[in-house]
Structure formats: structure tokens, C-alpha cells
Design a protein around this ligand. Structure first.
Ligand SMILES: Cc1ncc(COP(=O)(O)O)c(C=O)c1O
Length: 398
């Protein structure tokens, strides 16, 4: 995902502001910082953009997930329903919170399926954590309704889907908290960074404190601040926030280009017999970082990804064989391989992940290919790519 493709003077100027003041810390130093509050400004602008009242900018998307779980009170003894198609960070954050990830199935949205959630609920279930994968959203209205009806927390992992919406409402704003990543390969980047957003001031306060050793951030003397809770350091630096601020202001431009490029490639694939596009509950809200499609069978999908890359249409991913985005190849999770004993494993609460079967998800992922959409494609490159995609897929489907 492409924020890094369009670095320019805007990022340089923002970073220079910070270097000129010498204040790299996001809190305090009011006099020295000469009015430059990069993290705070980012938080205000992202809240406004997403239509939420609160945002906390932090060190990474992974940190955002840990912060959200902690702020929502999810921890030891709790179960959290997660999808098997995500980045493993979603699952790690649940385990490291002391809770137990329980895998739901995905559907052709490539996200957690709303139907079937009921089968995964036990008396320990505390939260549902859907992941809006590859730039587009889950059936979030149905998932939110399920959570409301079953008194479960809804925490959205929108790390890959900044700019995606469902009926005009932003990804990450449907539940108690939403999480974003601004790592080097996300729609916009801070270098490393993440954010939690919420409309609940109480959860925001807990998040803001947890991410900075429990500091309540009241007053202007850090040494005198109160600490209602224990926390950790998931802070972002002003340098990273400065890069992100310049990038955030380019988000509309990024989305416009992505959507135009996606449309061009998609049009070239429109008449291919046997090919289906990923289901997107609200097409208008697709952020279009990827164009994902399903082939009739596993062999064809594997062949399509290989043939597209070989023919020069690079950035085509076959996730089913990939060992960092899909459950099937997470051998380290299946073996619960960890640097230190996990609380849930220590107390025998984890299922045998090696024995977990997800036939519905396998059936979708085995047939799915996702093509990365880049910002930098020139018109001629785009034409060439559209022609290559059509030719290669016609052969594969032939
Ligand atoms: C779905 C998802 N969740 C969480 C993360 C973690 O974000 P970060 O790399 O900023 O820690 C990622 C990053 O790739 C992701 O794709």
C-alpha cells in the first residue's frame, strides 16, 4: 500500500519543523516546541476525517490493537473472535493481552463472516475483532448488530483500510474502538505508527493512559501527573507523527488515484467467464488498495497469481500459500511458539490451534488472488497492465 510512493516536500517540511524545535517527544515542552504539536494535530485531523470524537496516535497498528483491547478491558480469561485472514498481529495482540483468539470463518468479503459467529460464542466471549482486509470492509452492519444483540464488544482492525467506508461511515467507527496502522506499507505512513479511535471518551482516556505508563496527561508538568492504571510505552515520536500528518493531508488524492487505477484494471477483467470479484458490501466505500478476485478452483488461482507476476503484472498475491496473512500456514501459532509462556496457554485455555479446521475460509482463500494497486502507474503502464491481466487470465480460465 502506497503512501510512501508520494513522499515530497510536504513530509520534509513537517519533519523539519520538529527538527528545528528539537522536541521529539509528543507531550510537554510547550515553550520549546514553538506551537508544533504533530501527534496532537494528527489526532485532531484524523478524528475529524473519520467523524469520531477521539483518536490516540501510537507507535504501530499492533500497539493500537493492544491498546484497544486493554482500554476495553479485554484480558485474562476472555475469548475474542477473530478472522483467519488477517496479519498475524491481530491474533498476537489478543494472546499478549492474556486472552484467547477464537477463529471465526470468512466469507467472500475476505473478512469475518457475520453468519456463523453464533457458533463461536461461549460464556467467555468478550469481543469480536473483525479485520477489514485489503482496503475494503466486512459486512460490518451485520457484525455490529450481532455484537449489540449478544452484548459483546466490537473492536475493528482497520489497519489495512484507512479511507474505506460503509454507507458513508468510516471503517473503524462502528464499534467501541477502531485500530489503524501507518507502517511503511500502509495507505498512508508515519514510517511506523498506528491509531485507536473511539466515540467513547472514557475508553479514549484509558487508551491514552495505557499507551504512556498510565499517565493521565492532566496539567503541564509530567512529573506531577496522576496514574490511575498501569500501562506501557506505545508512544509515537513527533518525527513519525510529522511524516504521518503530511501523508494524512494527501489521503483524498491517494484514494482518488487508487480508485481510478482499480477501475481501469477491473474494466479489463469484466467479461472473463468464471472469474468473480471479491464481494464488497458497499462498493463505493472500497479504498481500492487491492483488487481481489476469485478463480473457479485452487489450481487456477495459484496458476493465475504466478502467471500474472511472470508476465510483469507484479504485486499479485496468493494468500492461501502465504505464511504471514492466512491461518493455514501459521505454524508458530499452531505450535504456540512464544518467547515466554503465554497466560492463556499456561492456564490451558487455548484450543489446539493445529486441530482447528476452517473449511469455509479455506474454500474462499484457495481461490482468491489480490492485485496490489499502485499510485505510480503512468497511463501507458496502466494500459499495458490491463492488457496483460486480461490476456493472462483468459489463458488461465481458458
Ligand atoms: C490487518 C493488520 N492488522 C494489524 C497490523 C499491524 O500493524 P503494524 O505493522 O503497524 O504494527 C497490520 C500490518 O500489516 C495489518 O495488516
Amino acid at each position: 500500500m502506497p503512501g510512501f510512493e508520494i513522499f515530497g516536500d510536504e513530509e520534509r517540511r513537517q519533519v523539519q519543523d520538529v527538527l528545528d524545535t528539537g522536541v521529539l517527544f509528543r507531550y510537554g515542552f510547550e515553550g520549546a516546541r514553538k506551537g508544533h504539536w504533530k501527534a496532537k494535530t494528527f489526532e485532531q485531523e484524523l478524528s475529524h476525517r473519520l467523524g469520531v470524537s477521539c483518536c490516540h496516535l501510537c507507535a504501530s497498528g499492533t500497539a493500537a490493537l493492544s491498546i484497544a483491547l486493554a482500554a476495553c478491558g479485554v484480558g485474562a480469561g476472555d475469548e475474542v473472535i477473530v478472522p483467519p485472514f488477517t496479519f498475524v498481529a491481530t491474533v498476537e495482540s489478543v494472546l499478549l493481552a492474556g486472552a484467547v483468539p477464537v477463529f471465526g470463518e470468512i466469507d467472500e468479503t475476505l473478512c469475518l463472516a457475520a453468519d456463523g459467529l453464533a457458533d463461536k460464542v461461549t460464556e467467555r466471549t468478550r469481543a469480536v475483532l473483525p479485520v477489514h482486509m485489503c482496503g475494503a470492509m466486512a459486512r460490518i452492519d451485520a457484525i455490529a448488530e450481532f455484537c449489540r444483540a449478544n452484548d459483546l464488544l466490537l473492536i475493528e482492525d482497520a489497519c489495512q483500510s484507512l479511507g474505506a467506508t460503509y454507507r458513508g461511515k468510516a471503517a473503524g467507527t462502528f464499534g467501541q474502538m477502531g485500530c489503524f496502522s501507518f507502517d511503511p506499507v500502509k495507505t498512508i505512513t508515519c514510517g511506523e505508527g498506528g491509531a485507536v479511535v473511539s466515540d467513547d471518551e472514557r475508553l479514549y482516556r484509558a487508551a491514552d493512559a495505557f499507551a504512556d505508563h498510565g499517565h493521565d496527561h492532566i496539567g503541564s508538568d509530567r512529573g506531577k501527573e496522576g496514574h490511575a492504571i498501569l500501562g506501557t510505552n506505545f508512544r509515537i515520536s513527533e518525527l513519525n507523527a510529522a511524516v504521518g500528518l503530511a501523508q494524512l493531508r494527501k489521503l483524498d488524492k491517494i484514494l482518488d488515484i487508487q480508485r481510478r487505477h482499480r477501475d481501469r484494471i477491473k474494466a479489463a477483467m469484466a467479461d472473463l467467464d468464471g472469474l468473480r470479484f471479491r464481494k464488497i458490501p458497499d462498493e463505493a466505500g472500497d479504498s481500492a488498495t487491492f483488487l481481489s478476485f476469485l478463480l473457479p478452483g485452487e489450481a487456477q488461482a495459484r496458476q493465475a497469481a504466478r502467471a500474472l507476476n511472470d508476465a510483469g503484472a507484479d504485486g499479485c498475491f496468493y494468500w492461501y500459500d502465504n505464511n504471514w496473512h492466512y491461518f493455514r500456514r501459521w505454524d508458530h501459532l499452531k505450535g504456540l511458539c512464544c518467547a515466554a509462556p503465554l497466560p492463556a496457554a499456561r492456564y490451558g485455555q487455548c484450543p489446539d490451534y493445529g486441530a482447528v479446521e476452517l473449511p469455509r475460509s479455506d474454500a474462499v482463500m484457495a481461490r482468491t488472488v489480490s492485485m496490489q494497486i499502485k499510485l505510480g502507474w503512468a497511463e501507458a503502464e496502466l494500459d499495458q497492465r490491463a492488457e496483460t491481466v486480461k490476456r493472462v487470465l483468459t489463458q488461465v480460465l481458458g
